[in-house]
Design a protein around this ligand. Structure first.
Ligand SMILES: [Cu+2]
Length: 431
């Protein structure tokens, strides 16, 4: 029996890393898309046009479509997209060795996404035009793509009148990062909120199984990856992998789903967990820097990897982006909420901060408590700087992913409760 356990432990360790973790020699930085200059965008356009001429976009769209059902609504969601975006980025770097995929923090634009600078003509371009909603502006303007059939690249903003229904606020992301101690919870919350909302908001190709046709996909998933890395950098989470896997409960030894067109060579999930190692040679300008040494790990009796307390990446609650998406908003939440108002439920790590500053500001008397909005209601918050409600996730999106509608609705309701809570306090959103 003991021998059998040892064999299992050794086998899974071997799958995670054949020769042990390999540290990157050169690290590249993924920057916020909001910080790109005109000439940065011109360079992105030059690189993408070259890939387009080489017919490379099709195979990424094809692969995403082929593995779609295994990498959405499943634990492989985070590791697959981490590896997939890296593969695309590496290809771009064959054309420009300094290229990195910019991440799009869509919470900054969540109120009126259509007016985001990222959607201007010199960047991603705006809504599609004409009866086919063909994209005619931006770095992919007037592109024709080959998957799943020859078609113009399409965009169809969700508002129907050239607007995009509101996305999700930063405060919700911070809450998920703080309160979700299980990866499977965090993954579901991200898929049901920011991930879906942004895909649906742009629509057209971006709202389909072949979304990688639109470069937006890579910028969006770089941001999702950044959120996962922020989540990972809290005690007990670096190597956490659980929830529905390819064969029952997810394991770090699971192979990342792949396809003939984009293959990762049977790479195990466990090898992509830590940025700075095993080819994950990048980090984000607004997330924890990768550790200098591979973090301690051990196999427990089930043969799964877990983090030992040997070396935690330090978690700082203020001024850093470890627990929060944006340090600024955490300060404000701390000031405005108290325990009775649900601070502990939505922001447990803020609730641990010294109590002297909590609850000192009285709640705004008589602030209106709204129900979740619908239609134009989304954009009518009760007070001037109040948060707006995100749009409900579209039915066809829920269906396309095979999500359980009740679970999606629960996440939406909780998001509305958080927004009501903040709007009924003295909290003022920085966005
Ligand atoms: Cu995807």
């Amino acid at each position: 029996m003991a021998f059998k356990l040892l064999v299992i432990a050794l086998a899974s360790a071997a799958l995670v890393s054949a020769q042990g973790p390999v540290q990157c020699e050169d690290m590249r930085v993924r920057r916020s898309a909001h910080s790109l200059t005109d000439s940065d965008w011109q360079n992105v356009q030059r690189v993408l046009s070259q890939l387009h001429r080489d017919g490379q976009f099709g195979r990424f769209a094809r692969t995403h479509d082929a593995v779609f059902d295994n990498v959405h609504g499943h634990s492989a969601f985070f590791p697959f997209h981490r590896r997939f975006v890296l593969e695309f980025e590496n290809l771009c770097r064959q054309i420009d060795p300094t290229f990195t995929v910019p991440y799009w923090d869509t919470t900054r634009d969540y109120r009126t996404p259509e007016s985001s600078p990222i959607l201007s003509d010199w960047a991603l371009g705006g809504n599609g035009e004409g009866p086919d909603q063909c994209l005619q502006s931006g770095i992919q303007g007037n592109w024709t793509l080959g998957f799943p059939n020859w078609h113009c690249l399409k965009r169809r903003f969700s508002g129907g009148d050239g607007t995009i229904l509101p996305w999700v606020p930063a405060e919700l992301m911070s809450s998920f990062i703080q309160k979700d101690d299980r990866l499977s919870d965090f993954r579901e919350h991200i898929e049901f909120s920011i991930h879906g909302a942004t895909h649906i908001g742009l629509g057209g190709d971006a709202g389909t199984r072949h979304a990688p046709n639109d470069f937006f996909f890579y910028m969006h998933h770089a941001n999702i990856d950044r959120l996962w890395w922020q989540w990972q950098n809290n005690p007990g989470r670096l190597f956490q992998y659980n929830g529905p896997g390819s064969n029952g409960e997810a394991q770090l030894s699971d192979v990342i789903p792949e396809d003939r067109a984009v293959s990762f060579g049977n790479q195990a999930v466990g090898s992509v967990m830590i940025l700075g190692f095993n080819g994950m040679c990048y980090y984000y300008d607004s997330a924890p820097v990768p550790p200098g040494r591979y973090p301690g790990e051990s196999s427990d009796e089930s043969g799964r990897m877990k983090l030992t307390p040997k070396r935690h990446i330090p978690v700082s609650l203020s001024g850093s982006s470890n627990v929060a998406n944006h340090g600024l908003e955490i300060e404000r939440i701390h000031m405005a909420l108290d325990e009775q108002a649900g601070l502990k439920e939505f922001f447990p790590k803020v609730a641990q901060l010294e109590p002297s500053r909590m609850g000192i500001v009285p709640h705004r008397p008589g602030a209106r408590s709204n129900k979740c909005g619908g239609g134009s209601e989304y954009r009518k918050p009760s007070t001037k700087h109040a948060l707006v409600y995100p749009a409900r996730m579209a039915q066809n999106w829920v269906k396309m992913h095979g999500f359980v509608p009740e679970r999606v609705e629960k996440v939406y309701r909780d998001a509305c409760r958080l927004i009501d809570l903040l709007n009924n306090s003295t909290y003022v959103s920085p966005y």
